[in-house]
Design a protein around this ligand. Structure first.
Ligand code: AMP
Ligand code: MG
Length: 289
């Protein structure tokens, strides 16, 4: 075995991130200005697709191992919130990164326009119901943040309705955290050009036509309004108990690697352990024939 093979996956991951020309995701600092310009959607000098995918595969293998202990341990739930403009890659992250997990322990929820019943409730009602229970790794494809994003930009409610929601969201997430839910939130940041290409592909490719909606173009036309809404949501709601991360998402391989790396560090920090058999059970088991 070479010295390289003997390195732990943690060391491997540390070497990788430098060698791959990437900076790890760091939480949005609520006290600093946030730059969501097009440049921040790309990483200059990142490794090529093959190397990134290979390194991601290693992270995903390790994530799967950790998920097994996380499930058995059952003290925490993990919730990854994915937000981003149309075609920013939310489905791709779920497929690639969450695809590595044992499906038994996974909960996926997607949020579209609220139903008439949902609109009769408070905006967190439909969200709270699908928060993953302990032992589960969950992911939200869009989330309660739409209630300060789409709702704000498309003027579906007045400002005196949506503005108090930042504080309501922070309180909600703090309550979840206090009850064992580990929350991580990723904004998949794509540039205007990249989104144009991806939307065009949805239009041109018959296998992708179904993903294309007229609303996508309407939202694209409100690019700057969404940037302002995202900037405020990410800074107001990046908290110690539920940090936001801006993921440069023009390159899918970079995006997947950085999210897998962040989740791996999150799961490692929990130090999940396998419950041991109680002495009386162990004693009884001696008599299994
Ligand atoms: P997609 O994720 O592309 O399938 O589209 C879902 C659509 O639902 C997006 O246009 C979202 O903006 C919209 N949506 C999700 N949640 C809400 C909400 N709470 N209020 C209004 N629109 C929403
Ligand atoms: Mg869409």
């Amino acid at each position: 075995m070479s010295s390289h093979d003997r390195k732990t996956s943690r060391e491997d991951a540390r070497v990788d991130v430098e060698e791959l020309g990437l900076d790890r995701l760091v939480p949005v600092n609520p006290a600093a200005p946030l730059d969501l310009g097009d440049e921040a959607a790309r990483v200059r000098g990142a490794a090529g697709k093959k190397d990134l995918e290979h390194a991601t595969r290693r992270l995903l293998d390790r994530l799967e191992e950790l998920q097994d202990a996380f499930y058995a341990d059952g003290r925490h739930a993990l919730l990854l919130v994915l937000q981003g403009r149309d075609a920013s890659g939310k489905d791709g992250v779920i497929k690639t990164v969450y695809g590595a997990f044992n499906p038994t322990g996974v909960r996926v929820a997607a949020f579209g326009p609220p139903s008439s019943l949902e609109l009769k409730h408070d905006f967190l009602w439909r969200v709270h119901q699908v928060v993953p229970p302990r032992g589960m790794v969950g992911v939200f494809n869009r989330s309660h943040y739409e209630d300060v994003l789409a709702v704000r930009v498309r003027e579906l409610a007045s400002e005196d309705v949506w503005r108090p929601r930042y504080a309501q969201i922070n309180a909600f997430e703090e309550m979840l955290h206090a009850n064992g839910v580990i929350i991580r939130k990723c904004f998949l940041h794509v540039s205007r050009d990249e989104q144009r290409e991806r939307l065009q592909e949805r239009f041109d490719d018959p296998r992708k036509n179904w993903k294309f909606r007229l609303e996508d173009l309407e939202d694209r036309a409100r690019w700057d309004e969404y940037t302002a809404a995202y900037t405020e949501a990410l800074t107001r709601c990046s908290t110690p108990w539920a940090p936001w991360y801006v993921v440069p998402a023009d390159d899918k391989a970079v995006r997947n690697y950085l999210i897998a790396d962040m989740l791996l560090r999150t799961l490692e920090s929990l130090r999940s352990t396998y419950p041991v058999i109680q002495p009386d059970v162990r004693h009884a088991a001696k008599h299994i024939d």
